[in-house]
Write a protein that binds this ligand. Structure first.
Ligand SMILES: Nc1ncnc2c1ncn2[C@@H]1O[C@H](COP(=O)(O)OP(=O)(O)OP(=O)(O)O)[C@@H](O)[C@H]1O
Ligand SMILES: O=P(O)(O)OC[C@H]1O[C@](O)(CO)[C@@H](O)[C@@H]1O
Ligand SMILES: [Mg+2]
Length: 458
């Protein structure tokens, strides 16, 4: 096996096309750090487990479907507790911060980091950073103990508060250094993980013994999305030529819309950012709506917030505004498409339609996590704790083929995880809704030629 690339990209090549995209370790830039036996081996709950510690060489394969002669492909370091750790309990001074928009499960992750550190590693100095990244330098901190976080998983939102913008790297790292923090747990979406990567780089430049662990936000809880779709369906089928339009989250990717559509079976058309569509003419959306209304008397359209933004830019003056984090402020595609459909059918005269528009965004984001989300959040949190205590840094924890792994920040941040419309899952959506693909033969061929993105974080 041999290392290649610079220190920032720890790529290890092995036999038969095996590639490990490894995560940084504190010893990469602080040599001769002492190690200690993992206190978990003295913990009655874990000592009974046959092989509790993860072997140092364990990795998780990104590719699950393989062929006889194909290279083994990319792997990530397996998450979990290590036999040796790089911190003693008394030495650890951890902090937790939540950034970006809300998501169910933030409180569960906070709770499980606190309880994991406390119960598994005997850590008692844990600070909550108030109000996202800017809280490092502009707010007071909150002491977190298992008692403080005991029942926070039952509440939506984040007890720590959150914000967009305010990522001042030097001020944040100054604050980490001044407070003597040596483990930083950062919970949030794509922007947050980018911010975490910059913090890690600065910490590394300063040569600090501080582990930086990212925990991704994911919205798996689709119950409110199902409720919104259900309401749209009930409204639509109760009235002649009823159309229910539901806008779901997804600025750049249509996973929520896609899975909500597949889960519901009431949806007649699902529109996502990855799959372009058009309104007028043969094979267009208006033609499909007319056909479906004639067949069924009603229909439901689910649209991801980032879908059709090119069409909006054409017909509305582009705003080109950004939020405090630098995200492009999108025009409300749900409202826009509702108006376009109403206008179109009003102009046609031959068909009176009744359209109801539902935007459940904040209802989806603000609820507490459900029981299965809680299990998932617990695994994420505990994996992050095990990784940081074992000296890994500059990583985001995430599931890879059902196993938790440590993924380097650069890998997470290099590209957006998107629905691949030439994959089977999107075909399942099209066959469940029976909607047109809105793609010409040329466009389809182009999509097929494009290299698919490799989703690593669920
Ligand atoms: N490229 C970047 N470099 C440094 N900090 C960043 C970067 N992008 C975003 N951030 C910071 O990360 C935090 C969260 O970013 P953002 O508001 O985009 O939310 P997010 O984590 O992407 O979650 P979501 O988009 O789901 O709400 C903000 O404080 C923002 O300033
Ligand atoms: O109003 P806010 O809090 O900026 O959030 C709106 C955005 O946040 C998200 O819910 C992501 O967290 C997007 O889907 C949405 O565009
Ligand atoms: Mg984001």
């Amino acid at each position: 096996m041999g290392h290649s690339g610079n220190l920032q990209l720890k790529v290890v090549n092995g036999d038969a096309g095996y590639v490990l995209e490894d995560v940084p370790h504190l010893t990469d830039y602080i040599p001769d750090l002492p190690t200690y036996p993992n206190p978990l081996q003295f913990n009655a709950a874990y000592s009974v487990v046959k092989q509790y510690f993860v072997n140092v060489d364990d990795t998780v394969s990104q590719k699950i479907v393989v062929h006889k002669d194909s290279p083994r492909g990319t792997h990530f370091r397996r998450a979990g507790p290590r036999q040796k750790v790089y911190f003693v309990s008394d030495e650890v001074h951890a902090c937790i911060v939540t950034c970006g928009g809300l998501c169910p499960g933030l409180n569960t992750v906070i709770r499980e980091i606190v309880c994991g550190l406390y119960h598994m590693y005997g850590v008692s100095k844990i600070l909550g950073i108030d109000g996202g990244y800017r809280g490092f330098y502009s707010k007071n901190t909150i002491n977190l103990t298992p008692k403080v976080v005991n029942d926070i998983h039952k509440r939506g939102g984040t007890i720590l508060g959150t914000s967009r913008g305010g990522h001042d790297t030097s001020k944040i790292v100054d604050s980490i250094q001044d407070r003597g923090i040596n483990q930083v747990y950062i919970i949030g979406g794509d922007g947050t993980q980018k911010g975490a990567a910059v913090i890690y780089e600065e910490i590394r430049q300063r040569g600090l013994k501080v582990a930086v662990a990212g925990i991704p936000k994911t919205i798996d809880n689709d119950i409110p999305a199902q409720r919104a779709i259900n309401a749209a369906h009930v409204e639509a089928e109760s009235i002649e030529n009823g159309i229910g339009v539901v806008k779901l989250m997804g600025r750049y990717c249509g996973f929520i819309a896609m899975y909500a559509t597949l889960g519901s079976r009431d949806v007649d058309c699902c529109l996502i950012p990855e799959s372009p569509f058009y309104l007028e003419g043969e094979g267009g959306l208006y033609e499909f709506i007319e056909k479906r209304l004639k067949e069924n008397g009603h229909m439901v359209i689910v649209i991801a917030e980032g879908a059709g933004q090119d069409l909006l830019a054409e017909s509305l003056q582009s705003m080109n505004q950004q939020d405090a984090s630098g995200n492009k402020l999108l025009q409300d595609v749900g409202l826009w498409i509702s108006h376009k459909i109403k206008d179109h059918f009003a102009r046609l005269h031959k068909m009176a339609i009744n359209l109801k528009y539902i935007d459940p965004t904040y209802m989806i984001r603000a609820i507490p996590s459900n029981a299965s989300d809680n299990v998932y959040c617990t695994l994420l949190a505990q994996s992050a704790v095990h990784g940081a205590v074992a000296g890994y840094t500059g990583f985001t924890v995430g599931p890879v083929n059902g196993r938790h792994a440590y993924i380097p920040f650069n890998r997470i941040n290099e590209r957006q995880n998107q629905v691949v419309i030439t994959d089977r899952m999107w075909a399942r959506v099209l066959s469940s809704t029976n909607q047109p693909s809105f793609l010409s033969a040329n466009e389809l061929a182009k999509f097929k030629r494009e290299k698919p993105s490799c989703p690593v974080v669920g």
